[in-house]
Design a protein around this ligand. Structure first.
Ligand SMILES: Cc1cc2nc3c(=O)[nH]c(=O)nc-3n(C[C@H](O)[C@H](O)[C@H](O)COP(=O)(O)OP(=O)(O)OC[C@H]3O[C@@H](n4cnc5c(N)ncnc54)[C@H](O)[C@@H]3O)c2cc1C
Length: 505
């Protein structure tokens, strides 16, 4: 096989497939090929990790990539993040932060559709199989069960040498690395971001509903039966956190993430991991006890955070998991994919219009690296306080308000990589950076932050007015002026919260 295409993407996972769909939707006539060593359809239930999407990434997949119908009909709605702190047997005695009042959810034809800014929990194989199908429908050439044996990058035209039965050369104007693994003949430099995590995860058969893990009628009565299950549920402790994510394929994703600087290496077997969970959260271990794990052993990683120089004027780029990794708390993986793919689509569009790329690539790199560095700031050095409700509550609220009121706001309005807009909001960016450094340092020190009810109590995320105003404002601005006004309101609220934490207001 000897072929030519405009854009050759190495890796047909979430990043590569969504980029292919985005390009074909955005640039009429563009030719795209995706090379993947695997084969679709992939098997459901045990596929790639990364099953919970946050607001920015979900908006990207729904509205930019065009997967809203699939996400609403064939995956699950996500009812936000829910955090439990404490190791009490009865969940009603733990600190709980999450949406409880279903009034803020949208109901259509008697069915709960989700929160106003729609997010989802997905079976990755189910989602990616459908994306691959839509890629083929859109004319993308999917080259499966093929690996790249050599990658010749040349500004005048790149060439990928493909191994396997379908071997040959694939020539292209652009090459995109979306594969996570090494590509022969090419080395990606990774800049460390100073944070390391370990993780173990697997899927358990059936549903696990944290809403029924209490005999306390007050806990049970705070929301509708089954409501809590549809959140991404977090169990926080010193040095670690654990997740439960319901999947539409009838299994529950279970994971433990820890800071190796604070904890010994976690076991790699189901038996060892179960004992570890039991030692830290006897109720969770009990509930998991009767559930058969789907995989023969848990998946395991120990990973350093990093960011790569992604966008190159000689027409090659890196996206997805290969571009950056910060942590997995708050589920930022799809956000990084959204940002990288969107910046790259803009560059490819400019290139095809005959614009020079050097300056635009430099801006895209600054924006992407700034985003990854901003993520690392909210994780680095924080795990020691993940068992302290007086820190976890305010930190989650703070991080969420900033995420909605800045990152999601700009992305949803197409302004994330807009140089003119970014230079207009320089003063706001400087204020935000200073605020962020000051407040994250306070969370790191673990100073109690008396801004939410303290002790073992419950915080309904949907009833914190200023947080909800940051949330709703992310989707409803008529123009750039509206975006700037909203950003200023968010900054004012954050400044008020910072002053309250510091005891000066
Ligand atoms: C523990 C953990 C939890 C996570 N939780 C979340 C979460 O809740 N939400 C979220 O959004 N993200 C999460 N993530 C991140 C998420 O998994 C990644 O962002 C996402 O999978 C990256 O997608 P990708 O397409 O870049 O890579 P992948 O999904 O890894 O896809 C890469 C593709 O490239 C192919 N490939 C690899 N090497 C080659 C080669 N040499 N030639 C050809 N093809 C190749 C593979 O077959 C695969 O199809 C989590 C990550 C971890 C580690």
């Amino acid at each position: 096989m000897n072929e030519r295409t405009d854009v050759a993407i190495i890796g047909g996972g979430l990043a590569g497939l969504s980029l292919a769909l985005q390009l074909t939707r955005r640039i009429p006539g563009v030719e795209v090929a995706v090379v993947d060593r695997g084969r679709r359809p992939a098997e459901e239930r045990t596929s790639t990790v990364g099953e919970s999407f946050a607001e920015l990434g979900a908006h990207y997949l729904r509205d930019v990539v065009g997967m809203a119908d699939h996400l609403e009909n064939d995956e699950l709605p996500k009812l936000g993040l829910r955090f439990f702190v404490g190791d009490h047997w009865d969940l009603g005695e733990r600190f709980e932060l999450g949406v409880l009042d279903p009034a803020i959810c949208e109901v259509r034809d008697g069915r709960l559709v989700g929160l106003p800014l729609r997010t989802h929990q997905v079976d990755r194989a189910r989602l990616e199989n459908e994306m691959a199908r839509r890629c083929v429908e859109a004319g993308v050439h999917l080259i499966e069960e093929t690996h790249v044996t050599e990658c010749r990058l040349d500004p005048g035209g790149h060439s990928l040498i493909l191994g396997g039965e379908r071997g040959g050369a694939l020539d292209s104007s652009w090459v995109v690395f979306a594969s996570n693994g090494p590509v022969p003949g090419h080395r990606l430099e990774r800049r460390p971001l100073g944070h390391r995590i370990g993780a173990r995860w697997f899927r358990a058969e059936g549903e696990l509903d944290v809403g029924s893990w209490s005999d306390d009628p007050v806990y049970v009565g705070r929301t509708f039966p089954g409501f809590r299950r549809l959140s991404t549920n977090h169990f926080m402790g010193r040095g670690y956190w654990m997740w439960l994510i319901p999947l539409p394929s009838g299994v529950t994703s279970v994971g433990v993430v820890y800071d190796p600087a604070l904890m010994d290496r976690l076991p790699d077997t189901h038996e060892g991991l179960h004992r570890w969970i039991e030692a830290h959260d006897v109720r969770l271990a009990h509930e998991l006890g009767g559930r058969a794990p789907v995989e023969t052993e848990p998946h395991a990683i120990e990973a350093d955070s990093f960011v790569t120089r992604c966008f190159h004027p000689d027409r090659w780029a890196v996206v997805g998991g290969a571009a950056a990794f910060a942590d997995v708390l708050y589920s930022p993986g799809a956000d990084l994919i959204a940002l990288g793919n969107t910046l790259l689509t803009g560059l490819i569009e400019r290139d095809r219009a005959g614009d020079r790329l050097a300056g635009a690539c430099a801006v895209a790199n600054r924006v992407f690296e700034g985003f990854a560095e901003g993520l690392a700031e909210i994780y680095r050095g924080h795990y020691g306080n993940f068992g302290v409700p007086e820190v976890v509550g305010p930190k989650v609220v703070w991080d969420s308000a900033l995420y909605f009121g800045f990152n999601t706001l700009l992305f949803r309005h197409g302004l994330t990589g807009d140089v003119q807009f970014l230079s207009r909001i320089q003063p706001e960016l400087l204020t935000l950076r200073a605020l962020q450094t000051r407040v994250q340092e306070r969370f790191r020190r673990g100073d109690p932050a008396p801004v939410l009810p303290t002790g073992y109590t419950t915080v309904d995320w949907g009833h914190i007015d200023w947080l909800m105003s940051s949330y709703y404002g992310a989707e409803r601005q008529p123009d750039e002026e509206g975006v700037i006004r909203h950003l200023r309101d968010v900054i004012e609220s954050l400044e008020r919260m910072a002053r309250r934490m510091e005891g000066s207001a």
